[in-house]
Design a protein around this ligand. Structure first.
Ligand code: 5AD
Ligand code: SF4
Length: 466
């Protein structure tokens, strides 16, 4: 019997890439590949790249330089090592990668992962590097369903893609170009995936997509289902304790989603709703298709439906033409909303996007200063949010053993890590935990007898404290 071939995937960027890496592992398992954590012993190394910000493609080329040395070593030892570049840099740069880095055997974009086995065979047979053609229409392809073992080893929480791509065309963003047009998966396929995961011990499902609340997949009734209706159906699957979804666009928050938050206890009250800026002028230049007040109203709708709901967001500072007043409007919005967490980035021009041609560049020093001010404000809000949990009892879904002996780690509804000393039997269960203290970003506590109350007090304090 031939020994299994070893596969190493290095992923950068978003959850979608993490999920895609799993899809590639599943696809290549059918070809006899098993995953390894060590690139230097792999028969196939895949760089799963991200193109969203900064000098992502430069990072890929320097990583490829390191891999070339590894590949040469492997050849000297009489082994073969194939190198594939996947992800959004692969999509954006295509053949250019093979020209600049001849060590690469295959370049494959996110819409074509199901062609990977065939591409690898072809590259081998033809003795040359190959690039895929990225056919959009078969985006979700015919990938094999994940194997139960593979699912189990992924633990208690899993991602399921429900849509891919984006039609919003924010002027700073490469996603509509690299991930293509918005496509939603049919409801029954998603139900099947979630049921299979739940049967194999997964308790928390995060529905993912670039613009997940634009979901409009075909339902079993032949109609197009919105995200809220899909969530309602998935909440009825036995074993599903928690549901989440990410990332959402403020323009696409339909009433059915708000109602799902009102009606479904399994739907976690923590929503990632990027706003990018608090200035209407900048939001218009970004082509966000909403104002700061529109965003405030969306937040109010969520809060009216579920009082313990909390939000996270993404922000870009230093978008071309962003004045001090524009930036102040962002700080004002953050202060008013009160976030449990948020990510903020310096604007970086992405080749081929409309904003890359905009002239009014914000000086680097100014951008640094704005980023620091915004991050400080967000840190204050986040730590107030976390501190407010101390002394309360909250529900925790336990996921795995901790680093210290006897310690089990889980997450609260707001994805805060929580540690208790307990038997590993609690893994996979949602149990109330009395929180005693906070160490950096982790909560420490003890299993409690009574059931948790919503963390409403934590939220109101955060909003005021900000
Ligand atoms: N520059 C800086 N940040 C960006 N993002 C997307 N494109 C850019 C860019 N060109 C950020 C946005 C988005 C998150 C995933 O990445 O905030 O919500
Ligand atoms: Fe990019 Fe999100 Fe805008 Fe789509 S909605 S273009 S993914 S920032």
């Amino acid at each position: 019997m031939t020994p299994p071939r070893k596969l190493h995937i290095k992923s950068y960027g978003c959850q979608m890439n993490v999920y895609d890496a799993q899809r590639m592992v599943d696809t290549l398992a059918g070809e006899g590949f098993v995953e390894t954590a060590n690139a230097d012993e792999a028969d196939l190394v895949i760089l799963n790249t991200c193109h969203i910000r900064e000098k992502a493609s430069e990072k890929v080329y320097s990583e490829l330089g390191r891999l070339r040395v590894m590949k040469d070593d492997a050849v000297r030892q009489g082994r073969e090592m194939k190198i594939a570049v996947a992800g959004c840099v692969a999509q954006a740069e295509g053949e250019e990668i093979i020209r600049r880095a001849p060590t690469v055997d295959v370049v494959v974009g996110p819409q074509s992962y199901h062609h990977l086995p065939q591409l690898l065979k072809q590259a081998k047979a033809e003795g040359r590097a190959l690039e895929t053609e990225f056919p959009v229409e078969d985006k979700f392809g015919f990938l094999p369903p994940p194997k139960p073992d593979a699912i189990r080893s992924r633990g208690i929480s899993a991602f399921v893609t429900v849509q891919e791509g984006c039609d919003k065309f924010c002027t700073f963003c490469v996603v509509p170009y690299t991930r293509g047009a918005e496509v939603s998966r049919p409801v029954t396929r998603i139900i099947d995936d979630v049921a299979r995961l739940a049967d194999n011990g997964v308790r928390e499902i995060t529905l993912i997509g670039q613009n997940v609340n634009a979901y409009h997949g075909e339902g079993p009734d032949g109609r197009s289902w919105p995200l809220g209706k899909l969530l309602e159906r998935l909440a009825a699957i036995p074993g599903v304790a928690r549901l989440r979804y990410s990332t959402s666009h403020p323009r696409d928050v339909e009433d059915s989603l708000i109602e799902a938050h009102r009606d479904l206890p399994a739907l976690m009250p923590f929503v990632h709703l990027p706003v990018q800026s608090g200035s209407d002028r900048i939001l218009a230049a970004m082509n966000r298709k909403h104002t700061a007040d529109d965003y405030r109203r969306v937040i109010d709708r969520f809060r009216a439906a579920r009082q313990d709901i909390a939000f996270s967001s993404d922000f870009i500072v230093g978008f071309p033409g962003e004045s001090r007043e524009d930036f102040s409007a962002t700080l004002a919005l953050v202060t008013q909303i009160g976030y449990a967490a948020a990510y903020s980035f310096k604007y970086s021009p992405r080749p081929g996007t409309p904003a890359a041609d905009m002239r009014e560049i914000v000086p680097a020093a100014e951008m640094d200063e704005r980023l620091e001010r915004l991050q400080n404000l967000i840190d204050i809000q986040q730590s107030a949010f976390n501190k407010a949990v101390i002394g309360t009892t909250v529900d925790v879904l336990f996921e795995r053993a901790g680093r210290n002996p006897g310690q089990i780690v889980g997450r609260t509804a707001y994805l805060q890590p929580a540690h208790v000393m307990a038997s590993p039997d609690i893994i996979g269960k949602v149990l109330p935990v009395r929180i005693d203290s906070l160490e950096r970003y982790s909560l420490l506590g003890e299993l409690a007898a009574r059931h948790a109350q919503p963390q409403a007090s934590a939220l109101s304090q955060t909003a005021i404290g900000a």
